[in-house]
Design a protein around this ligand. Structure first.
Ligand SMILES: [Zn+2]
Length: 216
């Protein structure tokens, strides 16, 4: 109960605005929200200082059974989390989803869901010399954040769609190369190369135990 009350502080009082494409009444529930996808016309709306710009349009995501529902809170160990938006990426063997979830302190967490695998990730604000995407190979060892990681998967992901509220501007045509790296234990790293020869974004993740995800 106390946690529920605390998370209310980070809401903006359910601020309402109209979709600039179709006029539908929409809600922005969190102060960090930058993108909202209109549920009526599927426009991707960029919110800034009172202005609403249309970034693009997208097809609706096909529904599929999901443990998470937008605005339905769940507990995970000592965290109370509320999913507010989703990105879906297609890759070689199917798709995965990234759920943007806020905890009761208003901190954001990305949870990546690939079939039964759940990983909680946070972007790392670090500068590191890393190989270009083309230079990576499965099994390669990489030193990063005082640990030795093994490259376990390489691929290309394509954004298939997004829903709800998101904290970053995401290009509707986004595609990128990625690498997963693991080390013994429950941690993993994902590298995302928006530019294959440039510096990747670095996410540090931890496998979640799905049996400890408790719907509220
Ligand atoms: Zn609309």
């Amino acid at each position: 109960m106390a946690d529920n009350q605390r998370s209310e502080r980070f809401r903006e009082g359910n601020r309402q605005f109209n979709c600039t494409s179709c006029g539908a009444l929409l809600h922005r529930r969190f102060r960090y929200t930058k993108l909202v996808v209109c549920e009526q016309c599927r426009s991707i709306l960029y919110l800034r200082r009172g202005a609403v710009d249309v970034l693009g349009n997208q097809a609706a995501l096909a529904d599929h059974p999901s443990l998470f529902q937008r605005y339905h809170r769940f507990a995970y160990r000592n965290l109370l989390l509320e999913p507010v938006g989703t990105l879906r990426y297609g890759y070689g063997r199917g798709f995965w989803e990234e759920w943007w979830c806020l905890d009761s302190d208003g901190e954001g967490h990305w949870i990546s869901v690939d079939e039964g695998d759940f990983v909680m990730e946070q972007r790392q604000a670090i500068e590191a010399e890393l190989p270009a995407a083309d230079a990576l190979e499965p099994g390669m060892k990489i030193d990063l954040m005082n640990a030795s990681w093994t490259v376990t998967e390489l691929g290309t992901a394509q954004l298939q769609g997004m829903e709800g509220e998101l904290p970053d501007i995401v290009n509707p045509d986004r595609h990128f190369r990625y690498a997963h790296m693991e080390r013994p234990g429950s941690k993993l790293v994902t590298l995302e190369y928006n530019d294959p020869s440039g510096r990747p974004d670095i996410y540090l993740g931890e496998w979640m135990d799905p049996f400890e995800i408790k719907a509220l």
